[in-house]
Design a protein around this ligand. Structure first.
Ligand code: ADE
Length: 382
């Protein structure tokens, strides 16, 4: 991942980012950082880059031409237009879903303003995204750019070690992280919660989940309002599909439930969900004609939602010609209609979960929707 920062204060960016984990990531070559001084592209002999605002008022405005030239010079170096983020308190407030989405780019140009801002006309020509790092005003965009680079880099392969890996993220489920403890077992008369010493991983996971929910309720109830419990209901004939489904669910949530509808017991029990749930339905697009579950309606017959948000994963698209009489095609639209009739709101479909890029984009779209509050929609829909 290559970060290109346009700024009047390149030293600030260089000094701030060349240490610790990001410094190492740059040495390893996982990320690169190029700073461009906008002043080097000044259009006058005094190297001036700002001027008085038309219409009067306090402060100075950065001129369009130096910003434009600096931007085009960086783009020429990249060789194609790249996503260009202007850091401004007027932008979308940065969150984990935006961070993950930006991490999928190969190059990111970050434009830092100063003074009262930048001439609107050049922003209209070069900027693709307006991003704020919070509802307060900084003296310039540099700290915002550094925050964004730090958060995005954590998702670039190789930046974090396996143990530090961002696979399980605090905030992934709209939940804050549970409390952490290390040695000694007792400090200032306070003991480590006994469950953490039990060695029982199921119990530890359950305790951590409970603590996350409690903490989020106390400290960030606004996040909790959009949290959902993810259940993946799937039908898989092969172990490789089962593995793909497990992986996809894990990528979406730390605390997911899996329901294998290939098991009679699961098909026979009542599977009822509410508006705080999120259902991922995963089915193959074709089945052998003699498959034990013969019709697509059979998969999820026992599932009932109450305006429950859901998405469909449709895997195993036939690539080579299959003998027509030996397979059953599962039409996605029929499956979607029957799920809708059973009370589920299908928000999205992933047709090619085998591609990690497609799967990631699909999960990001869902996460973005969850952040925006699909449960609120549910309340107004009802
Ligand atoms: N520049 C000034 N204030 C900012 C903010 N809150 N976020 C991003 N860039 C900024």
């Amino acid at each position: 991942m290559n970060f290109h920062v346009l700024t009047l204060f390149p030293d600030m960016i260089e000094q701030g980012l060349h240490t610790s984990i990001l410094g190492k990531a740059m040495e390893k070559g996982c990320i690169t950082l190029e700073t461009t001084n906008i002043r080097d592209f000044s259009a006058n002999k005094y190297n001036r880059v700002d001027d008085y605002p038309y219409g009067g008022g306090a402060g100075m405005v950065m001129e369009a031409e130096p910003v434009y030239r600096a931007c085009k010079s960086v783009e020429a170096g990249i060789g194609r237009p790249a996503r260009t983020v202007y850091l401004t308190p007027q932008g979308r407030v940065l969150n984990q879903a935006i961070v993950e989405e930006l991490a999928m780019e190969e190059d990111l140009i970050l434009l830092c303003g100063h003074y009262e801002g930048i001439d609107e006309r050049v922003l209209e020509e070069v900027v693709t995204d307006y991003i704020s790092i919070g509802d307060y005003v900084l003296t310039g965009g540099e700290l915002g750019a550094m925050v964004l680079i730090d958060a995005v880099s954590r998702f670039v392969p190789g930046v974090l070690s396996n143990e530090e890996s961002s696979q399980f993220e605090s905030l992934q489920d709209n939940l804050l992280e549970y409390p952490h403890y290390t040695r000694p077992e007792e400090w200032h008369g306070k003991k480590v919660p006994p469950v953490l010493l039990s060695g029982d991983h199921r119990k530890i996971e359950a305790w951590r989940h409970e603590q996350s929910v409690k903490r989020t309720k106390e400290r960030r109830p606004d996040l909790l309002k959009n949290a959902v419990t993810v259940t993946c209901a799937f039908y898989a004939l092969e172990e490789s599909w089962r593995e793909l489904i497990r992986q996809t669910t894990e990528e979406m949530t730390r605390y997911g439930n899996l329901l294998d509808v290939g098991r009679k017991k699961i098909r026979k029990q009542h599977n009822t969900f509410g508006s705080g749930d999120f259902l991922l339905f995963a089915v193959p697009s074709i089945l052998p004609a003699d498959s034990p579950v013969s019709a697509q309606e059979d998969f999820f017959q026992s599932f009932r939602g109450h305006n429950t948000p859901a998405a469909l994963i449709y895997y195993g698209n036939p690539t080579e010609a299959e003998p027509q009489d030996s397979i059953l095609r599962i039409p996605a639209d029929r499956l979607i209609t029957s799920l809708q009739n059973q009370g589920f709101r299908i928000l999205d479909t992933c047709q090619n979960p085998e591609s990690s890029r497609e799967r990631r984009l699909f999960l990001l779209r869902l996460r973005e929707k969850i952040y925006q509050g699909i449960r609120k929609e549910t309340a107004t829909d009802a």
